[in-house]
Design a protein around this ligand. Structure first.
Ligand code: G3H
Ligand code: ZN
Length: 280
């Protein structure tokens, strides 16, 4: 069933579990995420990014499919809008029944990030929607990696108090869209942020983190773990192999199905790595 994101993430944070948050660009991604979550018996977050909306030209069609897949799932599934910079897109997601949104004003200066995030939080909370924000920019979205970016604990405490956000994405050594899984995490900073903040922490760019470091990140206090690029890598590798072995293939289902299956297996495996809660 479709559930609230807070209902998944808050208890997981209290219990020291990780919650997998996997990006969905097309229907097969959503089917793979739910198949993997069902195999693991764990709840999961499916997220649609503003970039994915740009790719499709609209939010509503993909959102309808993803929400329907979530509602039919045998495990609890939250549907989240990822990396929204446009407040109008946030409003649309709220209207469509999303569980939560991320408003990402991390590219703005501190005061501007705080002011715009607080406005979005007020509107979302009035509609009962959970909000994630980002402080200390996690790079790599534009291909420019900045693994040295760090979130200041003092700024984070003030930011959370002033904005009322429900979760905070923090810069602790990751970078988006990495294909090598060799990011160096600042585990002491994760521990410090977790101890200082009253809200769960979100790790972005988690594709670049090795399995054992993902487990350690959760153990040190990270809760919502966002993974996109790595699963696309797994999906596309299976598609590429299938097409290479069967050059005459035409039916899209014949090569997307192996991609979907491979991604589903990897989702199930990652949920174990993240020490995700097991609910059934
Ligand atoms: O918001 C989504 C992510 O932070 C995923 O990043 O593609 O580097 O795993 P990634
Ligand atoms: Zn991200």
């Amino acid at each position: 069933p479709l559930v609230g994101t807070g209902a998944l993430v808050r208890p997981a944070a209290d219990a020291g579990h990780g919650v997998g948050a996997f990006n969905v660009v097309q229907l097969e991604h959503a089917e793979a995420v739910v198949a993997g979550a069902a195999a693991a018996g764990s709840p999961v977050v499916m997220q649609i990014s503003e970039n994915a909306v740009r790719y499709h030209g609209a939010l509503a069609p993909l959102a309808a499919a993803v929400l329907a897949v979530a509602e039919a799932a045998p495990v609890p599934v939250a549907v989240h809008l990822d990396h929204a910079t446009d407040a109008a897109l946030v409003a649309q997601a709220v209207e469509l029944g999303f569980s939560s949104v991320m408003f990402d004003a991390s590219a703005r200066d501190y005061a501007d990030n705080l002011r715009t995030t607080a406005e979005v939080v007020a509107r979302c909370h009035a509609a009962g929607v959970w909000v994630e924000a980002e402080l200390g920019e996690v790079g790599g979205k534009d291909g420019v990696h900045s693994p040295g970016a760090r979130t200041s604990p003092d700024e984070a405490v003030a930011f959370v108090a002033a904005t009322g956000v429900d979760a905070l994405a923090v810069a602790v050594g990751t970078s988006h869209t990495m294909l090598t899984r060799d990011a160096v995490l600042d585990f002491e900073l994760i521990r410090t942020l977790r101890a200082a903040l009253p809200v769960p922490l979100v790790l972005h760019g988690s594709s670049g983190v090795a399995d054992e470091h993902l487990t350690l990140a959760v153990a040190h206090g990270m809760t919502k773990i966002n993974i996109a690029t790595h699963l696309n890598h797994v999906f596309t590798t299976a598609v590429r192999r299938t097409l290479a072995e069967n050059p005459a293939l035409v039916d899209t289902r014949r090569y997307l199905a192996p991609g979907r299956a491979a991604m589903g297996e990897e989702v199930a495996r990652l949920l174990t790595v993240l020490n995700a809660p097991v609910v059934r």
